[in-house]
Design a protein around this ligand. Structure first.
Ligand SMILES: NC(=O)c1ccc[n+]([C@@H]2O[C@H](COP(=O)([O-])OP(=O)(O)OC[C@H]3O[C@@H](n4cnc5c(N)ncnc54)[C@H](OP(=O)(O)O)[C@@H]3O)[C@@H](O)[C@H]2O)c1
Length: 292
């Protein structure tokens, strides 16, 4: 049975299957269709939506806000992200206010530092806690943090209140399994996987697997055939087999959105994972964090 939510360190629950919005809202002519796609997702039952102030320079957040019109706010777990250059006392308050205004809400369920950059982690944690106290965010986390970044965060006051780390993870990019996943599990910090379907199988960032795209791989195809599902569904099910991972594929096509939602019905077996790992093995050494 599909596990619908993951428990966050603050005890609250986060939906495990959501909708991504990167590369949406970049073309005004496509926005109506993109809004319709997100709403189709809400109607199917997607309960998490992921955006960022960076995406289309705020227009992704605006798109999400428009899509949410007429829907109950409390039914969606809204995630957005602050750029490192804005993650400081001087700028984070106006950054978040702009994001909330575009999203059409007065709080974010989860606010993430998009990547570490030159941010001062002590200041980030202090600002995040203040935003939480003001009721503007329910909880906060980070993105694109490798083990050393998490270690550094754990050293600053309130750094341990980080609820989640959003990272690149899919069948073709398994580097984090080597050290980050065990580290976060020991500390009880769950994951959000971005590019969970590897840009529909086209994205393979590890050198050792870059020769063969996932969609063409015979082992991936064999697993898809065994389950009577699409290759992209196999890729998404591969990520969601880990119960402390959420994933938010981006999809505009209604057929894609429906396929992604239906992944809840697909449960990969040990034999499937073993077969997929023949083509895309788990890491046996440290791989510097892959980002996109
Ligand atoms: N924190 C970060 O730094 C970071 C970085 C990258 C992404 N993200 C977040 O993670 C989300 C997902 O990552 P992503 O958008 O880069 O990649 P993705 O979700 O792995 O792939 C998106 C691509 O896959 C296609 N697709 C989706 N479902 C499909 C299906 N069932 N069958 C065939 N094709 C399908 C989409 O096509 P259509 O759109 O045509 O349907 C789109 O081209 C982003 O949207 C964003 O919210 C975060």
């Amino acid at each position: 049975m599909f596990k619908e939510t993951v428990q966050l360190p603050d005890g609250s629950l986060m939906p495990r299957l959501g909708q991504g919005t990167w590369q949406m809202a970049e073309d005004d002519a496509k926005m109506e269709r993109e809004i319709a796609g997100l709403r189709h997702g809400f109607d199917l039952g997607f309960r998490l939506i992921d955006s960022a102030e960076m995406y289309a320079d705020g227009k992704s957040e605006l798109l999400v806000g428009k899509a949410l019109e007429g829907y109950r706010r409390e039914d969606q777990f809204i995630v957005t992200k602050v750029l490192p250059e804005n993650a400081n006392r001087k700028r984070i308050y106006s950054s978040l206010d702009r994001s909330l205004c575009l999203l059409g809400t007065d709080y974010a369920d989860l606010y993430l530092l998009h990547w570490r950059g030159d941010s001062d982690l002590g200041e980030v944690a202090a600002c995040m806690e203040d935003l939480k106290a003001r009721g503007k965010i329910r909880r906060w986390g980070v993105s694109n943090f490798d083990v050393q970044d998490m270690e550094d965060l754990w050293q600053v006051p309130d750094g341990k209140n980080c609820c989640v780390n959003q990272i690149l993870y899919n069948l073709g990019s398994r580097g984090v399994e080597y050290d980050l996943v065990p580290w976060q599990r020991e500390k009880g910090v769950p994951f959000m996987a971005y590019c969970p379907v590897g840009q529909a199988g086209a994205l393979v960032t590890q050198d050792r697997v870059s020769k063969e795209m996932m969609v063409r791989d015979p082992n991936v195809r064999a697993v898809a055939e065994r389950h009577g599902c699409s290759i992209v569904q196999v890729l998404l099910a591969f990520v969601l087999r880990l119960e402390d991972f959420a994933a938010m594929p981006k999809a505009v096509g209604f057929d894609h959105i429906e396929e992604n939602y239906a992944v809840k019905q697909i449960s990969l077996t040990e034999e499937d994972i073993e077969q997929l790992s023949r083509s895309f093995p788990a890491p046996t050494e440290k791989i510097p964090m892959e980002k996109y």
